[in-house]
Design a protein around this ligand. Structure first.
Ligand code: 2IT
Length: 447
């Protein structure tokens, strides 16, 4: 395979699908050398098959808002690759959602899910619905209308969606209620991120952030250091940033920044329990304003409008909100401020030029598909509990999550170790994730 030839063909076929093309290029560049040592991959056209989703559903979602107005959104489910298991991946509700975004997320999900070593295929879905400012009743009606279209295409052995940006436990509950009604069965493995008590797993809400900090802890130890006393900047203040802030604080690190679409909150003394709890209140309000933290905790949180988390000096920077949220200029500012580690928690949180700047400065950089894999791992554990009619304790789930993250870290080191002894976590994650999928596709024939 020649990456440039494959990309030229894809660009011609999918013009303007920039996020999808960006995600594909990164993976192909990482695996090119290893792939070309396997003529059997080339003969089976593994890459040509892998870059296209198995299928993409697009559907109209019509609902009535609180004023009685009829609203129409577009819903999607991208079923990307099922070589390792039933399709698995989140649903994103955000006004910018389109096919390219969901294809990029679904493509990333294939390799992330592979890294977990669980039987999970890759998929993603969502809608261009904006939850900002919506009432509970509006969200419920939207979720029900969305599921009315999607329900036939999901199920524990077919496709199991979960949450993502704009979709949390409340939305999963509304969608599951409609799924159950239409399918006429209590098939809990059809959705993950359910609440505890009716099929949800303890630690699932925390899992992405906890898993990310387990991974970052290993990156820091790799350099002979510990998390104790390290300052950390997180972007966003949603579920992922909440879990990361909780675990980072527990590990002795100091969270010095959170951000939102409105600006950044600097936290000179770090974040305490009351502030961490307040992140959930802010999220549930659907106001989408980080300034609320500064209004609630004057002196402890200092709000600056229009600035990003990367403007705050820190040892560890973790994008935890949205793709491409760190650009080259942001990366250079972090480097000038002596950042020591950058770990994406959001999927593809950094632009390619930002990653290049960080890596060229000799700073360890880890990609989202490895760092944030704790979320989907715990979804996999949720499905196992559903299938076996068991409930693990929080400690049991946390221990399994920690082990999965340690194993992922070890694989990234194994496949990412460079001649000079440094670790290219991007290559490591992409090659490790890719090999498992490619071998499964090969074994399953031309389908
Ligand atoms: O990006 C992700 O891995 C998720 N949004 C979670 C997917 C899942 O199925 O738990």
């Amino acid at each position: 395979m020649k990456v440039n030839d494959i990309m030229a063909a894809l660009e011609a076929k999918h013009p303007g699908e920039n996020e999808y093309l960006q995600a594909v290029r990164e993976v192909l560049e990482s695996v090119e050398e290893v792939y070309n040592q396997h003529p059997e991959f080339e003969a089976a056209k593994i890459v040509e098959r892998l870059v296209e989703p198995d299928r993409v559903f697009t559907f109209r979602v019509t609902w009535v808002d609180d004023k009685g107005q009829v609203q129409t959104n577009l819903g999607y489910r991208v079923q990307y690759n099922a070589a390792l298991g039933a399709y698995k991946g989140g649903l994103r509700f955000h006004p910018a959602v389109n096919v390219s975004m969901l294809k990029f997320l679904g493509f990333e999900q294939i390799f992330k899910n592979s890294l977990t070593n669980l039987p999970l295929g890759g998929g993603k879905g969502g809608a261009d619905f904006d939850p900002t400012g919506k009432s509970d009743a509006e969200v419920m009606r939207f979720c029900q209308a969305f599921m009315y279209e999607l329900w036939r295409n999901i199920g524990p052995d077919q496709d199991s969606p979960a949450g993502d940006v704009g979709v949390g436990g409340r939305e999963i509950g509304y969608m599951y209620g409609m799924y159950k009604k239409l399918a006429r069965e209590h098939s809990t493995g059809a959705l993950t991120g359910k609440a505890y008590g009716w099929g949800g797993s303890l630690i699932r809400p925390e899992a992405t952030g906890f898993g990310a900090m387990y991974y970052v802890d290993r990156m820091v130890r790799q350099k002979g250091e510990t998390m104790n006393g390290k300052t950390i900047a997180l972007s966003g203040f949603g579920n992922v940033a909440w879990g990361a802030a909780t675990k980072a604080t527990e590990l002795g690190a100091k969270v010095v920044a959170l951000s939102g679409p409105d600006g950044v909150c600097e936290l000179p003394n770090g974040i305490d329990k009351e502030m961490i709890d307040y992140m959930l209140v802010m999220r549930d309000s659907r106001r989408n304003k980080v300034q609320d933290m500064a209004d609630k905790f004057p002196g402890k949180a200092i709000f600056t409008p229009g600035k990003k988390a990367w403007s705050v000096k820190c040892d560890i920077a973790c994008p935890s909100a949205f793709q491409n949220e760190m650009n080259e200029e942001d990366a250079k500012m972090l480097i000038a401020n002596k950042v020591q580690y950058v770990a994406e928690i959001s999927n593809m949180g950094c632009q390619p030029a930002a990653i290049a700047a960080i890596q060229n400065a000799g700073i360890p950089f880890a990609p989202g598909k490895a760092v944030n894999a704790g979320g989907v791992s715990t979804s996999g554990l949720e499905i196992s509990q559903n299938a076996g009619h068991i409930n693990w304790t929080a400690a049991e789930v946390d221990q399994k999550l920690h082990k999965i993250m340690n194993d992922i870290y070890d694989m990234c080191v194994e496949y990412g170790k460079q001649a000079d002894g440094s670790i290219n976590y991007v290559k490591g994650a992409n090659i490790a994730g890719f090999m498992r999928v490619a071998k499964a596709m090969l074994a399953q024939g031309i389908v």
